[in-house]
Design a protein around this ligand. Structure first.
Ligand SMILES: C[S@@+](CC[C@H](N)C(=O)[O-])C[C@H]1O[C@@H](n2cnc3c(N)ncnc32)[C@H](O)[C@@H]1O
Length: 301
């Protein structure tokens, strides 16, 4: 991908994640499948692959900071650097992560050589950001170079299974500004080619979605039915959307008179419905084993 296209993609990602409803899906706290449960699983597995407690940690694609907050609690003595592209998200993370040991960098992780210079880390973590990166092997090489020996790169991400078709990949790629999707196998090959020893590769789709209580829980049905209800909303679906908007009107910075202004309320409900449709499509693909959320732990020895 040319530099211009990489910048254009970064701008689209910023606009998307800076948008009003992006983080509502996860109660404004995390933006990945499995929420805190997934983060704790990832960090526990990373710890098993580390020799000592990490002194320097790099996190990227940190969004509104769910992972940063857990890292800061788990490793209060470590220096944590967190890198995020979207200014609104990094501002939210700063406001809500009450910790002096976190350094915030609002930049593209692909530019890490420029802003980190020769800095190295014991542990690099990321939850659901690799899918936005156009060239995984380029970034993996950079991550490797910025790790100590020994060091660990631990991540979870959306990956493709061999059941997915081109149309489905196109749909999620467009909906979510994904740049490139890889499989467990292709990630493993890239990591090994860069010098990593791959310690753990696990499909966590079922385990993590069970722990997730977004719209799936509020509508209480499997993704396909929810998807259909969102496409052809009945009264109950509109009621749920209305409740969500009103419940979060303060955190979403909606005008105070939204409760009285039916037209405005309808417009916001429609925006939220569209957001839920594209989220639910992803859950539907997981449900069908067409895509997966997987976890990888790679070690630099
Ligand atoms: C699915 S969200 C995950 C956020 C967070 N890790 C979490 O689990 O709550 C992906 C995040 O990656 C960020 N991102 C995407 N591409 C990036 C890049 N090239 N450099 C830094 N951050 C990026 C997005 O802005 C977004 O906040």
């Amino acid at each position: 991908m040319s530099e211009e296209l990489v910048d254009e993609l970064a701008n689209r990602i910023k606009t998307m994640y800076g948008g009003r409803y992006q983080h509502l899906i996860r109660d404004l706290d995390t933006f990945h499948i499995g929420r805190d449960y997934a983060t704790n699983v990832l960090l526990a597995k990373a710890k098993d692959a580390l020799y000592d407690s990490p002194q320097k940690i790099l996190e990227f694609g940190s969004g509104v900071g769910g992972t940063t907050r857990i890292l800061a609690k788990r490793y209060p003595a470590a220096e944590i650097t967190t890198v995020e592209l979207t200014p609104e998200s990094i501002a939210y993370n700063k406001r809500t992560t009450d910790s002096k040991n976190v350094r915030y960098i609002c930049d593209n992780i692909l530019n890490m050589d420029d802003f980190l210079k020769t800095e190295t880390f014991d542990l690099t973590v990321c939850e659901e950001c690799m899918c936005h990166i156009p060239n995984h092997s380029t970034l993996i090489k950079k991550i490797y170079n910025h790790l100590e020996s020994p060091g660990v790169f631990a991540f979870t991400d959306w990956m493709i299974s061999n059941r997915v078709n081109d149309q489905e990949i196109r749909q999620v790629t467009e909906d979510w500004n994904f740049a490139k999707m890889d499989s467990r196998k292709s990630y493993t090959e890239m990591l090994e080619k860069s010098g990593f020893t791959v310690k753990i590769v696990e499909n966590k789709s079922v385990e993590f979605t069970k722990k997730d209580d977004g719209i799936t829980a509020s509508l209480g049905e499997p993704p396909l039915q929810i998807y259909e209800k969102l496409i052809n909303p009945d009264e109950k679906t509109w009621d749920i959307l209305r409740e969500e908007i009103l419940r979060f009107s303060d955190s979403l910075d909606l005008p105070e008179d939204i409760k009285q202004n039916e037209e405005l309320l309808q417009q916001e409900m429609e925006k939220l419905r569209k957001m839920y449709i594209k989220t639910d499509y992803m859950l539907y693909l997981i449900w069908q084993n067409r895509m997966e959320v997987s976890l990888i732990i790679a070690q630099k020895t």
